[in-house]
Design a protein around this ligand. Sequence first.
Ligand SMILES: [Zn+2]
Length: 338
Amino acid sequence: MSAAETAEPRVLFVGGLGRSGSTLLELLLAQSADVCAVGEVVHLWERALGADERCGCGERFTVCPFWQQVGEHAFGGWSAVDRDDVLALKDRVDRTRHIPRLAKNSLSAEQLADVRRYADLYTRIYRAALAATGARVVVDSSKHASLAFALSWAEGLDLRVLHLVRDSRAVAYSWGKQVRRPEVVDGEDFMPTFSPFEVSKLWTAQNAAFHLLAARAQVLRLRYEDFTADPAGTVRRLREFAGLPDDPEALSILTSGDSGSPRPDLAPSPPAAPFRAHSVAGNPLRFSGGPLTVRRDEAWRSRLPRRSRAVVSLATLPFRVRYGYLGQRGSDESVEKS
Ligand SMILES: [Zn+2]
């Protein structure tokens, strides 16, 4: 067995509510050879194994050579995985409603066996991804707090959690828009949309959960607004958190002038070299190529209807105060001063 086989695999788990910039952050981290970004493993069972959706490389899951190698190494082939059994296990373990139980110091023997078996599926995938790529850290952008809690019960996993937060009003605006899912191979499908009030509940619950998780795992908090103001500095900080040395070369993908300019978009600029990772599920951005320009997306300021804004502002007040998302101009003050 090689060192990679015996050592505890190290995972940087990107947590928080979706539409907080995790895909862009993942793409940036994946520029380094010692980082392997695999997308949102939590959706692998249904979307990749079940529906054979496209990997970030453009191939269907069943023909992507990377994922075939991972399946072989982790389970002796994906056909050895009983998907229905995994989905039933997932339902017993990895749900937001189970978080209060997973946050306790002890579980019943049955619950412990379930959560360990569930976490072991992920640990095997992480170990296989590291073996396949020679990377030192795998990035899983699954985001759900319930999975992070389940992983905190894993045996033989070096878990580091990044808690990504973004102004609730920007998140609410984003979840109200229709976004097509490019990984769907047959027909057309859209990402779900949520009302401002639903987003407020999800935002508060997810963020509260990651504060609770800090008692069980290493958790680093990062604001989307600080990330977009200083992408290079953010990558340095995250690499340090993941126990990796500085890798300034990897940031050459960033185009110049990405210091948080107020342009209301956040998108890779066209066209140039292929830039693709083997990632399952997640944001459509992972299918784009070329250099990256990181800009803070501020569209919500002019486009989120006044009534929605009032609902979200009130319903998320406690954590907005905590994260510094205050006033009419939201978080600008602290970011633009620096
Ligand atoms: Zn692939």
